[in-house]
Design a protein around this ligand. Sequence first.
Ligand code: SF4
Length: 414
Amino acid sequence: MYAYGPVPSRRLGKSIGVSPIPAKVCSYSCVYCQLGRTSKLQTRRERFFPKEDILRDIEAVVKSESADVITFAGDGEPTLCDDLGWLVRKSKAEFSLPVAVITNGSLLWSEDVQSDLLAADIILPTLDAGTHDLFKQINRPHGSITFEKMTSGMIEFRKNYTGQIWLEIMLIKGLNDSDRQLAILKDSVQNVSPDRVYVMTPIRPPAEDWVMCPDQERTRYAEQLLSQAIAISDHEEGNFGVAEFANATEAILEISARHPLRREQALAIEQKFDETGAIDRLLKEQKISLYSYYQSQYIRPVKAPNFFNLPKNKTVEIKIVRVNCCSFRVTVISDAEQLHYRVILADAYYNNLARGQMSKEQLLELCFQYFVNNGLLVRLETKFVLRDICRQYPEFEMGIKNTIIKEESSYHAN
Ligand code: SF4
């Protein structure tokens, strides 16, 4: 599932989010990131998923509910997706909605990235610091990205781009909110010459728990100092679109894994599905936990290892439901409980494993049977790309291939 929502956005209104990259693949590991620390720090662009599948997913969400904008953002840095230009152009042509890209701006020096972004209506790059040292401290970039490289890329892009640039600055107490740091930052902002400047504060739970919101007086000062700046220091209004989910339980688990979800937003999801008690049940089953941050209660999914410990070779029922060509819902049902997964199985990796000898559903059933029989479910996230998990644990691929061979030989023996 690459497209989701619409989600309420403080800058963009009702926004259909598109994530064309795997979770937390990014060129930065910002201290304030609401998704936690970056698991794969990279600057190499890749084709992570089939672009046609991403486009069909966007189409499904566009048809499900009205929206103001399609926003490529993702659970990491969207310009790392090699197909971004094609996706932006196709989305504009097919869905008649403006397209925005939320990017950290670190790759704007690349001609490929610049040309990919030219067709978008709004680009929202990040600029949190005016010096290399502070840039390194806040954004913790990939070693190949210097402050000079990043800012000169933004300045160059501004010269060539006729759409809107809305620059985003995350103001963090004790890091970039002093008079001196803001004065230096102002020079960099002026060099980029954005159409708007948003001063944000880390009101959502950050990657590092020492990150603090600045005092209100500092936010007001930054707003005045940076001409045309707009401060955003409260929560977005509105609720999440949930058309792609089967029930409130699945929606709460998936949205909270991807986006900070406040308790009142989760209650609204319960109401949409008329499924009162989903939050309480998930809490009781220890599949989610609640935590407080800046006067709000957030829902955090508890990773599978903490709540699921099936003994090896346990008899289970495995249900596979195809969501689209490469995305599947998998439910593992034992006498005690049910586990829900969202799995991406792209054609290239399917062909590598199964060579057309079975359907994708049969292959996934076999994979999950292998995971259950070998006590490996504890190593799975609730949403994963099969190819990535097999790259992370090469023994999985070997095990799955051996299971396929055994299946084949038992079939021939019969
Ligand atoms: S805030 Fe954005 S740029 Fe920074 S680590 Fe998170 S996803 Fe990457």
